[in-house]
Design a protein around this ligand. Structure first.
Ligand code: 5AD
Length: 335
């Protein structure tokens, strides 16, 4: 299989109905680069306040039916200590764009985690910030940043986002993060409203240009209280095809089998691993607020485990032919 498919071939692969050979090629490459290793990231959704109003997102500012919460700095740090005991060596701090967590607060949290557990990686997923803020987070010890580009097509971007946001700024943020030295994650939703096959090709071409270390994709899932609440859900098959395509085009990449994938199908997560994904993100957010981080409806979460290497999750992963490892799970070097 050509690892540099042209646009026509990409469209064929995205819509493939018998994906077995595609999955096989992807799995082979995944094993060449990462063996059977599956990396786990402890996800902490620390605030569902958001100043933005993205049309697809359940925690958009305009969704007044959402009960809002913030975790305290000490609570966030305590969650990572607990996670460390379970075997997590990477923590993903995710929130809406919440101005109440200013740079100083974010840096205190990062330093708190890194002081207690210097061998852990801290990943941030807190949205668009000035370059100077990104620099402060990096200096405080964060080493990875997730910021999905959502769609690389200008016209499509406009239909998903409010006037106050721009694709240009999104891309600039991603370039700034790379320049500073973060391992950077981009990505997009599959089947978001108005999305075309050409848009998906543009997403893949943008990723080729950016060369991100991590690529997160998942099916669009309608969220109540948003303008897109009655739009159809994105396709599981197409998402899996795209995971395989990503593995083939970016064999070095860290690709999660995302929560959205697990939410549209009970086997979604494992199917994601088999299609080429090599990362899982169990949710460490306290159960009482977890349900409030409702970026879409019926969000699933991976069950709590005593440790990451025993229990039902690791058993499930093992039965699929892979193995959860206790490791930071950094990206393999690529240029
Ligand atoms: N369905 C699926 N994914 C969504 N996201 C936000 N809203 C939805 C939705 N309704 C994704 C976006 C964002 C990530 C945190 O979650 O891609 O970057």
């Amino acid at each position: 299989m050509n690892i540099f498919p042209d646009d026509k071939e990409l469209k064929r692969l995205i819509t493939l109905e018998d994906p077995a050979p595609l999955r096989e090629t992807a799995d082979k490459l995944r094993r060449e680069w990462y063996g059977t290793d599956v990396y786990v990231r402890g996800l902490i959704e620390f605030s569902n306040h958001c100043k933005n109003n993205c049309r697809y997102c359940g925690i958009r500012a305009g969704n007044t039916s959402v009960q809002r919460y913030r975790l305290a700095e000490e609570e966030i740090i305590a969650l990572t200590s607990n996670g460390y005991g379970q075997g997590f060596r990477t923590f993903v701090l995710q929130s809406g764009e919440d101005p109440a967590f200013d740079d100083e607060s974010i840096c205190r949290i990062i330093r708190g985690i890194k002081t207690s557990h210097p061998d852990c990686a801290v990943t941030l997923s807190i949205g668009e910030k000035p370059e100077e803020s990104y620099r402060k987070y990096f200096e405080a010890g964060a080493s990875r940043y997730l910021l999905r580009h959502e769609t690389a097509d200008e016209a499509h971007y406009r239909r998903l986002h409010p006037e106050t946001m721009s694709l240009g700024n999104r891309k600039q943020c991603l370039r700034n993060l790379k320049k500073i030295g973060f391992q950077v994650g981009a990505g997009f939703m599959v089947g978001s409203p108005y999305q075309t096959l050409d848009n998906l090709v543009a997403d893949l071409r943008f990723l080729q240009e950016l060369q991100p270390d991590m690529i997160g994709i998942g099916p669009f899932i309608p969220a109540k209280g948003t303008p897109f609440e009655n739009e159809p859900q994105g396709s599981l098959q197409m998402t899996l095809n795209l995971i395989s395509i990503l593995r083939i085009m970016f064999p070095y990449a860290l690709i999660p089998a995302t929560t959205a994938l697990g939410s549209v199908d009970p086997d979604g997560m494992i199917l994601g691993l088999k299609a080429g994904a090599n990362v899982l993100m169990p949710n460490l957010t306290p159960p009482d607020v977890r349900k409030l981080y409702s970026i879409y409806d019926n969000k699933s979460s991976i069950k709590e485990e005593a440790t990451v290497t025993d229990g039902s999750l690791s058993e499930l992963v093992r039965s699929a032919g892979y193995r959860i490892v206790i490791d930071r799970g950094d990206v393999k070097s690529h240029s």
